[in-house]
Design a protein around this ligand. Sequence first.
Ligand SMILES: [Zn+2]
Length: 572
Amino acid sequence: MSPMRLLSARPLLALSLCALVACHPASTPAAATGDAARAAVTDPAALRIQADVRTLADDAMQGRETGTPGFERAADAVVARFRALGLQPAGDGGGYSQRVPLLRATRIADGARLQVVRRDRTITLRFRDHFLTEPNVDATSTQLRAPAVFVAQGVSAPDLGHDDFAGLDVRGKVAVVLGGAPATFGDDRRAFHASRGEKLRALAAHGAIGAVFVDTAQDEANAPWAAQAANWDRPQLRLRDADGHGIDTVPQLRVVARVSAAAADLLFDGSGHTAAELARDAQAGRLRGFALPVTLSLAQRTQVAALDSRNLVARLPGSDPELAREAIVFSAHLDHLGIGPAVDGDTIRNGALDNALGVAIVLETARELHDARVAPKRSTLFVALTAEEQGLLGAQWFATHPPQPLAADINLDMPMLLAPTRDVVPIGAAHSSLQQSLQQAATALRIGVSADPFPEEAVFVRSDQFAFVRAGVPALYLDGGIVPAAASVGKRADAATVPRLAQREFLRRCYHQPCDDIRQPIQYPDAARMAALNARLARLLGDAARPPRWNAGDFFGARFGAAAASTPAASR
Ligand SMILES: [Zn+2]
C-alpha cells in the first residue's frame, strides 16, 4: 500500500491495546511464539498461502525494495511458483518477466534554493529545516525567479463547479498551493483532485513555471516534517520512455518545492494573510487564491540514473477461442520498502501484510483456477507488480503495455487479516458492474460483503487498481473483512477478536515498519477464503457474455473509460 494511505487525521481509537501477539495467550495458544495463526492452520490452501508469505517476507528478501537484489530474489521466487503451478508465461519474450524501465531521481542538497524577495528584502529559507525541493527527472539542474501567486488548493474541476484558478493570472509565475481538495467533492473525487499528479498537471496547464506546496499543521499531523526531512536523500522513481525521459512528468514546472508548516508564513509575508488562516478557510470551503506581493527565487539539483525493474506475469489461457483474447487480471504488488532506520533493533521492512500476503493470495487463486477441470472462457492473468510504493509505477506500465486486452482488474494490497472475519470489503466495486459480480460470487460462497470502513482514506485511488482505472479498465480493490467471525462472538472484545481494532493497531504501529512481519497473527484461513472468492469471481467474469463495464455516468468511467473503449484492443 502506498504511503498516501493515511489521508485523514481520523484519530485512532484511544484504547491501550497490548501488543497484538501477547494479549491473550489462552485464546491463541501459539501467541507466545509470535505466530498465533500457525497452530490453527490445517486447511491446505491456507498452508500454501502461509508458505508463500513466509518465503516472500523472509529477511533474505531484505524488504523487497524496487531495484535491489532483495526484490530480484523475491521476483525469482514468484517466477518459480508460476512455473510450478504450470501457468503460461505472459511477460516479455516468452518469459514471466515484463521489464519496467525506470528513472531513479535523488535530490542534491547543494544547490537547492528557496528565497522570498519582497521589495529590497530577501528571506532565505533553509533546505531541510524549511523546505525540500522535489527531485526533477527531466532536468538535473534548474532555477527560476518569478512573481508568486497563491492558487488555493490548485484544483481545476469545472465538471464539479469548482475552479481555484478562476480570475487568477498564473502564466509565467510560481504557484503557491495548499494540499487537499474540497470536502464537498465526496471521497473518491476529492482524493483524485488532491493527488500530487493532478495538481501538477493543473498548474502546468494554467501556465505556472514553478510550484511551492505549503504544508498545513494537519498535513504534518499525518506526515511529520521531521520524518520527511530525515528522508530527504531517499530516491524517487518514475517510469522511463524510449528516449530516456520521464513518463507522466511535468517539465514545464522547472522547480517544485515543499515548505514546512512552520515556515509557511514566510511565503505570505505582506499579503495580509497567515498560512493558518488559509488552512482554516480551506477546511471551511471558502478558500480563494490571490496574487502574492513577493518574487520567489528557486533552484534544484537532481542526480538521475536509469534503472530497470520487472513485473511478473503469468496466464491461464481462456477456454473459449474468442473470449480468450480478453483477460481478467489479478494483481498484487511485490515491492516493499527495503531496509530502513532500526526500530527495536530491526531494520528490515519485511512487508508481510504489505504485500507478501496479497501476492500469496493471487498465487493461490491461480492454483485453484488452474486445477479446475475447465478454465474460464476469458483468459486470466496473474501479476506481481513492482514499484507500487513509488507511485503505482509497475501497474501503470502493465496497464499501458498489457500482453492482451484487459477486461477487468481485481487488485489485492495489504489485506489486514489479523483477527478472524467472515466478510470482505470490495473497494471501488460500486463504480462498475464488478459490484454485482462480486456480490454474486460472495453469496455463493456464503461470504459477507461489507462497505469500506474508511471511505475518507479513498484507497481506491491510492493503490495499483487505480493505474488500471486510468487506463479505462474497470477495477476493484478487494480488501480483508471487518466483521468478527462467529467464533469470536461472545469473547472479550480486543484486537484478537475485533478486526477493526486489530487493523487500527496495525496502521498505528506496524504499517511500513519492520514489525509488519510474519510474527503477526495473520489469519491464513481468511486469506484462503479470499482466494476462493477470487477464483469464483474469475469464473463469473470470465464466462460472462459481456465484459465488466463502468456504470452509466460514473466519474471514473466518464473520465477514463471512454478513451479505452474507443481504442482498438490490439493497441491498448
Ligand atoms: Zn505499502
